[in-house]
Design a protein around this ligand. Structure first.
Ligand code: SF4
Length: 227
């Protein structure tokens, strides 16, 4: 659960700097302390912006330790835990909201450092799947815990508060996805196997009910629901 909350916060807080640019000169800005006193949603967004700084700091600290950039570490960790179909330049660009050339550059360095290998497609010699090398796996072991300081603080909130926080975050993530602000999601709410029964959830693939805390944010069986 704490890991799920940490992942939710990563997804949401990645959006905050993008929105900040649009709001900067507006008198109704979320970041105007006077507006925060009038509307709690302003305070929540400001809080998410603060948390986004934590992610940046934690990731940079790890990056410095292993001599890689934050995006290079994010790519290695993503490849370690996701199916090969998602481990290509196009998908990673969408996953991390960056351009394909940014991912290609990062992958080129990872390849040069022998942290990954490229498995080229038989039908298209320009396309390849990224695979971790043994050295790459060791780097993931060293860096994959970068969000633990945040997770540990989340854990201290207690089970009840964690469940409530996770419910709000998972709903917010789905709404951001539906509005087009978060492009990639593999959450139950957007999955074709998800069924909502009045006030409960059910997975038709796993054939079991899902309690709120069992809703997945990044499910390997996810298949997008066609709307
Ligand atoms: S397959 Fe995964 S994402 Fe889809 S409803 Fe079941 S648990 Fe959720």
């Amino acid at each position: 659960m704490n890991l799920k909350i940490a992942i939710s916060l990563i997804r949401i807080t990645n959006l905050v700097p993008y929105k900040t640019r649009d709001l900067f000169f507006m008198s109704s800005s979320t970041f105007n302390p006077e507006n925060q006193q009038k509307d709690i949603s302003n305070k929540i967004v400001t809080g998410l912006e603060r948390i986004s700084e934590v992610f940046k700091v934690l990731l940079w600290d790890k990056a410095k330790l292993v001599g890689l950039s934050p995006i290079q570490i994010q790519i290695l960790i993503f490849v370690a835990y996701h199916k090969p179909a998602l481990c290509n330049v196009s998908h990673l660009a969408k996953e991390f909201n960056v351009t394909k050339p940014t991912i290609s550059d990062a992958v080129r360095i990872l390849d040069k450092k022998e942290l990954i290998t490229k498995d080229y497609s038989a039908s298209d010699s320009r396309r390849y799947t990224i695979i971790l090398s043994e050295t790459g796996k060791k780097v993931v072991e060293e860096t994959g815990d970068f969000a633990d300081p945040l997770k540990n603080q989340v854990a201290q909130l207690g089970a009840e508060e964690n469940e409530s926080l996770f419910k709000s975050l998972s709903t917010l993530i789905f709404k951001l996805n539906q509005s087009g602000l978060l492009t990639v999601q593999r959450t139950c709410f957007g999955c074709k196997y998800h069924q909502k029964n009045y006030d409960s959830h059910h997975c038709n693939l796993l054939q079991k009910p899902l309690a709120n805390k069992e809703i997945r944010l990044d499910c390997s069986e996810f298949e997008e629901k066609i709307r």
